[in-house]
Structures are given as C-alpha cells and as structure tokens.
Design a binder for this molecule. Sequence first.
Ligand code: 0O2
Length: 214
Amino acid sequence: MHVRHWKKILIPYEQAVEELKVKFKAIRNELREMSEYSPIEFVTGRVKKVSSILEKAQKYGIPEDEIEEKIEDIAGIRIMCQFVDDIYKVVELIEQRDGKDLKIEYVKDYIKNRKESGYRSYHIIIKYPIQTAFGHKEILAEIQIRTLAMNFWATIEHSINYKYKKNVPEPIKERLKKSAEAAYLLDKEMWAIRDEVINAQKLFEARSNTVSSI
Ligand code: 0O2
C-alpha cells in the first residue's frame, strides 16, 4: 500500500490520540483545580510510524488489509503516575467510562506479570469512536499506564533495543535487568512514604499559590 494511502488511514488515529490526550489531561486539571490529589501526573500520545506498523505486520504475518483490526497500538496513549496504586486508580477511572465514550476490549497487567525483559506497565486496549469528515469510525487504541520509574526504565530500554536492533549484548541486558529491579525498588520505597510525599506536595502547592497571588 502506498504511503499516501496510509496517511489517509492514519488521520482518524491522529484525531483519537488528540482527543484522548485532552480527556485525560482534563481529569488531572480538574482534580488539581479542586485542590484534590491527581493520580495522573502527565499524559503523552503518539500515532505509530507507518514503517513501524508495516514492520510489526510483517513480524506477525498480518496481511495489509487486516492491519487495522489486528495491530492494537497504532494509536497509543501513555499515562504517567507517581505511585503504583495511582495506576489502579486510573484503571478504575477508565473502567467507569467503559460503554460511555470508549469500550474496553481487554487488559494486560505487566505489573503483576512483569515481562521477561523486566518491563512493567498496565495496558488497556480500547475501541474508540471517531467522527471523521468521511463518517463514523471505530478504531483500536492502546492506553499504557505506568509510574515515572517504569517510564524511565522503558524509555531507556526501548532506545537500547532500537540501537542494537534487539540483539542487545549480554552485559547490557544484565544491567537492564538490574535497573528494572532498581526501578521496582524505587516504586516500592516511594509507595511506602506516599502519604508523606503527597502532604509535602500539597503544602508546597499551597505556598506557591499564596506567593503567586501576592
Ligand atoms: P512503540 O515504539 O512503543 O510503539 P510487541 O509489540 O510485539 O512487543 P504486543 O503483544 O503487540 O507485543 O503488545 P505488548 O507486549 O502489549 O507491547 C506493546 C507496547 O508495549 C510496545 O510497543 C512498547 O511500547 C511496550 N512494551 C512492551 N514490552 C516492552 C519491553 O519489554 N520494553 C519496552 N521498553 N517496552 C515494551 P512497540 O511496538 O514495541 O513500540
């Protein structure tokens, strides 16, 4: 299929990513404006590059006309949280929307079932309705929910894998496994002092608001 043709296919996916980013950022802003704790720290999103889509299709032997129904992460949203239990709060928020503005297809909990690489994250595959210039369409999207520590590790590991085209030298692989464990321990330690951290952040925010209103 021609790249120009793919660009047209990807338009609804771009729209979905933009809409979903706005929706999740709105949850965070609303809670912060009400001086409530937000389990969402920040949100990013991307549409997979055509080259990566075709690479993945080839890897799994997916014919081009089945790509849209079989590749679930053409549209991807990433939600970053401070603490592990925030991830499950975000999951609840998404579950509350099931059947409303999105449909949950299934979930992959790589936090309870860490991947062999050391990867941890919670994935939700959704169906999302889009109104385009050519009519109504439902697309698949993947929401990845992770802590800042999980995101740090995954971002680094992803670039190392990209550099070595998956043939990562054994010593580096070992280091990555060790750092995955360090990220896990960091999450555990931060979780243990979670209430203390949240109280400190509240104080800090209240002080900043007072200073900025003088
Ligand atoms: P990108 O650049 O983020 O789009 P597969 O994608 O073949 O590994 P599957 O079954 O399609 O496997 O989905 P899975 O395992 O849920 O992974 C989808 C996405 O999760 C990946 O997309 C990554 O973003 C992330 N991910 C999964 N496993 C790992 C891992 O071991 N390390 C890192 N850093 N990220 C991972 P893409 O397409 O790989 O890349």
